[in-house]
Design a protein around this ligand. Structure first.
Ligand code: 5RP
Length: 227
């Protein structure tokens, strides 16, 4: 395992300890969350940890259920105690970018429904100013090229996201993703506002001040940033 994966495993295993018996837990998506779900599956099997999970992608559902974690629909629970998710970038004001794994829509919905939100990241994700990663934007397929053209006109430097086969990437909701390659961002609130008000946009990957805690894995161990 390379060093970055070791850090992802470390934060995943650390965050798994935050989960207590009886909790309804939101499970994020991505390679870091995979380690979290592995650790939770182990606790379910070895300690009899009893939790109910809601997930942010079909991928996470498949992994969690294969490990014996009970998964239900978000609409079948009246609250979510704690959601643990990864991130692509986060700054010290807890402004972040998500959606590198294409699950930003369900991730934001579960985040919104959750009483507490924790992100788990390796140190490479903590930046002074978010944006270099790009901003993923989920759009419905109907008229998507019109939305793309609008972004081009606005200077947002859009790129279609494609899959391994070179086809347009499809989310779990069968939508497309357009990645905006804007570089480090200055006016985040204005951008977020503009994106969500663009007809055809379902959701964007700017997660502004939506977490209580960020658990960062670095070469000396774990650092916890608290809002
Ligand atoms: C998926 C996400 C992921 O949480 C984000 O891309 C981080 O992924 P990874 O842990 O693989 O680096 O937002 O939509």
């Amino acid at each position: 395992m390379n060093q970055q994966d070791s850090l992802k495993q470390l934060v995943g295993q650390t965050a798994a300890k935050l989960v207590k018996n009886g909790m309804i837990v939101g499970l994020g998506t991505g390679s870091t969350v995979r380690f979290l779900v592995d650790a939770l599956g182990k606790r379910v099997q070895e300690e009899g940890l009893a939790i109910t999970g809601v997930t942010t992608s079909n991928r996470t559902t498949a992994q969690a259920t294969s490990l014996g974690i009970k998964i239900v629909d978000l609409d079948d629970v009246d609250h979510v105690d704690l959601t643990i998710d990864g991130a692509d970038e986060v700054d010290r004001d807890f402004y972040g970018i998500k959606g590198g794994g294409g699950a930003l829509l369900w991730e934001k919905i579960v985040n919104d429904a959750s009483t507490n939100n924790v992100w788990i990241v390796d140190q490479s994700k903590v930046v002074d100013r978010i944006g270099a990663f790009g901003v993923p934007v989920e759009v419905i397929p109907f008229g998507a090229s019109k939305v793309f053209a609008k972004f081009e006109h606005q200077g947002y430097q859009p790129q279609w996201r494609t899959d391994e086969a070179g086809q347009l990437y499809r989310t779990d909701e069968n939508n497309y993703i357009i990645d905006l390659k804007l570089g480090p961002l200055t006016d985040l609130l204005a951008l977020a506002e503009d994106l969500i008000n663009t007809v055809g946009v379902v959701e964007h990957g700017l997660f502004l001040n939506r977490v209580n805690q960020v658990i960062v894995g670095n070469e000396t161990g774990i650092t916890t940033l608290t809002a």
